[in-house]
Structures are given as C-alpha cells and as structure tokens.
Design a binder for this molecule. Structure first.
Ligand SMILES: Nc1ncnc2c1ncn2[C@@H]1O[C@H](COP(=O)(O)OP(=O)(O)OP(=O)(O)O)[C@@H](O)[C@H]1O
Ligand SMILES: [Mg+2]
Length: 302
C-alpha cells in the first residue's frame, strides 16, 4: 500500500428518499464541472478489495458500483467493518483493488503511472481522517505546507497558499502553533486546510467528526458543507471563516464516511449505506443536489 507521509491509510434531519439498492438517483443531474465524459467525479465499477488472512478471505469491499456526480456531497454510512474506510482508501489511490475499477474525473486509477497516481493522491483529492493525522513537531503552517512541498509548488508561492487555506477554515491566526496546542476542532480544521491547500476537486473524509464533541462536529460539518458549496454556505457560525475566500473557490465534491445519520441527513445530498462490503441502500436527502444552473448563477470559475 502506498501513501503520503502525512496520511495514515488505513436529530431529526430532512426527509430522505429511498432509491433502489445499488441504483443511481434518477433525477437528471447535469454536471457542474468537467469531470468524466458525463460529468461524473467518481465512477466505481464492480469494485472489490479482498484481504487474505491465512486461509480466510475478508471481503472488505465486495462488488460495488457507484457514481458520484461533480458537486455531490455523499455520506457513507454503515456498521463497523462494513468496508467504508477500505472503499475510501481505494478512491484515494492509497490502496489497489482486487478487481474492478475506479475512474476519477474520467481517468482510471488502475491505468495511471506511479507519478500520475501520486498527483492524484496529492492534488486531485484531499483527505481528512478521524484522528487528524497532523505531524506533532511541525507548526500549523508547516503541516499545511506539506502537500505543496510534495507537489513542488515554488517556495515563494507557498505562504500565500497556506494562508488562503487556513483562512478558509478560520485559522489564519494560528500559524505558529503546534497541533498539541490546539483544540480537537482546531486540529481538524488544520487537517482540512492541509487537504484543501492543493485545491483538490474531491474531498474524502473518513469520520471527520468521530473524535469531536457534537457541537464541534457540527461546526466541522458546516465547514465541509461550505467547501462543497462555497458560495451558498460560507460556514455561517464558524468563527473567522473568510467568506470572501469561499466565494473565490469552486465547489468541491465530497465523499464522507460517518456513523451519524442525523449529520448525514443535514448536510449530504445523498446517503449510501454499506453492509458487508456492498451497497445496501441509496437515498437522496432533502438537501439540494448540485446543478449546472446553480453553480453558473454564482459565477464559479470552471
Ligand atoms: N489491512 C487489512 N487486512 C485485513 N483485513 C482488513 C484490513 N483492513 C480492513 N480489513 C477488514 O476489512 C473489513 C472492513 O474494514 P473497514 O476498515 O473498511 O471497515 P469500516 O466500515 O471502515 O469500519 P469502522 O466503522 O469500524 O471504521 C473489516 O472486517 C476489517 O477487519
Ligand atoms: Mg473505518
């Protein structure tokens, strides 16, 4: 398994509409940004990841087909061990499937050269984990700068990019702190800034609120929602979040694993429930799905 040095592989909400298990939403969802030929940000075909443990085979991901549209906010629910993290790691290119394929923005990960795959991991996607995975000896600024160093962004450009990313998460005043000097919510915001600094098209989040109290978790969800729809929701209620910075950015497709159904219903537009490595259920929430018109009206650059 390959990974970045800074990643570790491994209420009453709105009404939802149930879709046929494994089926795609039926309403027309025009693409909002160029993705694959049909605007899909992610297309998964018959994806499987089996682990051999002695004579036993663990079918962590066991034949999944799924399409994520550009601009979607998809929440992945499911019991512990149902394969959610395994699926996210495959999308991130941190792990390779046993069979099947993953297309991201029209490109198949399995057909990428090592350099292309590394660009995918560091540039096309941003990833956020339950345990933040910040490097404790580095300052906030150095942690957020790391993906820029990996991408060989010129040194002179980096401070401004780091500041922009930290402004988006409302932490521009914490540049020289170390992770241990921050609250859990602040550490997660640094991790989100680090995930955003290379301006990824897709944000993958694996239980980003799992280590946070419910109020802080809600704040992080509002922030992720503002990244998904930067103009419509510029993280109201998140102190210090720079609304102007949000307006200047493009919508980011989000796939988020969570155990909290209420949060999924409040923020995602689709919910995918996994069971035993498969998709057991797909629903659409009452939250608006992305449309080309909505994005065009807001003047988001292509
Ligand atoms: N590296 C591995 N080697 C062997 N088995 C693994 C490995 N990683 C995951 N598994 C197994 O695959 C299955 C799915 O694991 P996964 O971590 O994807 O579940 P999950 O849905 O993310 O669970 P949780 O909600 O507890 O995080 C589990 O049975 C797990 O034990
Ligand atoms: Mg998991």
């Amino acid at each position: 398994m390959e990974s970045h040095p800074y990643t570790k592989p491994r209420g009453v909400g709105p009404v939802t509409t149930e879709l046929t298990p494994g089926a795609e939403p039926t309403a027309a969802q025009p693409p909002i940004e160029p993705g694959g030929r049909d605007g899909a940000a992610i297309r998964i075909q018959n994806l499987a990841r089996h682990y051999k443990m002695g004579s036993a085979t663990i079918r962590a991901v066991d034949g999944i087909s799924l399409e994520v549209h550009s601009g979607d906010f998809v929440a992945v629910l499911g019991a512990s061990g149902s394969g959610k993290s395994s699926l996210l790691n495959l999308l991130a290119g941190l792990d390779h499937p046993t069979s099947g394929s993953v297309f991201v923005l029209g490109r198949e990960l399995g057909a990428m050269t090592p350099i292309e795959l590394s660009r995918h991991r560091n540039g096309t996607i941003g990833m956020v984990f339950q345990s933040f995975n910040l490097l404790p000896r580095m300052t906030v600024m150095e942690n957020v700068e790391l993906p820029l160093r990996i991408a060989e962004v010129p040194r002179a450009e980096r401070p401004q990019r780091v500041r922009e990313a930290l402004e988006r998460v409302g932490l521009a005043a914490r540049l020289t702190h170390r992770p241990g000097e921050l609250s859990g919510g602040e550490q997660q915001r640094v991790a989100i800034a680090r995930a955003l600094v290379n301006r990824p098209r897709i944000l993958l989040a694996d239980e980003p609120t799992g280590n946070l109290d419910s109020a802080t978790g809600e704040e992080i969800l509002r922030l992720i929602s503002s990244i998904n729809k930067p103009v419509a929701s510029a993280a109201p209620g998140v102190p210090g979040v720079n609304v102007a910075a949000a307006h200047a950015t493009t919508a980011t497709t989000v796939v988020m694993v969570t155990h909290e159904r209420a949060l999924a219903e409040r923020y995602a537009n689709r919910i995918v429930t996994m069971a035993d490595g498969r998709i057991a259920r797909q629903e659409r929430t009452a939250n608006p799905a992305p449309t080309a018109e909505a994005i065009a009206e807001k003047g988001v650059p292509s």
